[in-house]
Ligand binder design. Structure first.
Ligand code: HEC
Ligand code: HEC
Length: 164
């Protein structure tokens, strides 16, 4: 057998998180963020990374992001005007301070009402939730980026993000 130890470590992390995620899911925990339910948005925003739940950022963030897609974190994620308008409407309607409030409110702690943060991973609450994750875990080659939620939260695409 020739399995790199790093993969085993990552695998164990995933197994551990899954157990907790399932426990929470059954208990109806508060770490659920509804996955993108709109097919167009899921397709257009799920090609390069998981389609992040709309309830993880406020409406102003999505509005701003959708007007800056030609320089989206260094990538060109441009959409035609009609598609962009439809995706924007979905994200804005389900944002952390609109229709997704019941799920997203806790992530908005410390965010000014007029702010439009562009990264979930830079929200103070997100940083706080992850401050006990050891530095080396972010560097695992299966993780690669803080934005790679499903690397650790195996049920992220179903909307479940664990806490212990
Ligand atoms: C062409 C590829 C591509 C497409 C298409 C794309 N993105 Fe991204 N996105 C990226 C890259 C690259 C990053 C930076 C990832 C990183 O830091 O690891 C990113 C990051 C993000 C982040 C911040 C993640 C964090 O760190 O919290 C959000 C939110 C986001 N994208 C939303 C969207 C939305 C909404 C759409 C659809 C309109 C979209 N993306 C489509 C490439 C893409
Ligand atoms: C390197 C692994 C890793 C990555 C990548 C990661 N997380 Fe986490 N996350 C964790 C761990 C571990 C915890 C639990 C921390 C604790 O309880 O001390 C956690 C906790 C959370 C929580 C708190 C759950 C609750 O009950 O409120 C949320 C929400 C969350 N993560 C969302 C995300 C999102 C969104 C992404 C991607 C943008 C992400 N995480 C990326 C490991 C990770």
């Amino acid at each position: 057998m020739n399995i790199p130890t790093r993969s085993i470590a990552a695998g164990l992390l995933v197994v551990g998180l899954t157990a907790v995620v399932l426990g929470k899911a059954r208990a109806g925990g508060d770490d659920f963020f509804p996955p993108i339910a709109d097919k167009l948005t899921a397709e257009e925003c799920g090609g390069c990374h998981m389609a992040f739940p709309a309830a993880m950022l406020p409406a102003a963030s999505w509005r701003r992001m959708m007007t800056e897609l030609n320089d989206h974190f260094g990538d060109d994620a441009s959409l035609d005007a009609d598609t962009a308008a439809r995706v924007t409407r979905y994200l804005v309607d389900h944002a952390a301070d609109t229709g997704g409030r019941q799920y997203g409110r806790k992530l908005m702690k410390g965010i000014r009402a007029d702010a439009s943060p562009q990264r979930i991973t830079e929200l103070p609450k997100w940083i706080h939730e992850h401050d006990e994750v050891p530095r080396h875990e972010w560097k695992e080659k299966d993780v690669g980026s803080k934005a790679n939620c499903p690397a650790c939260h195996v049920d992220a695409k179903l909307g479940y993000f664990e806490d212990d």
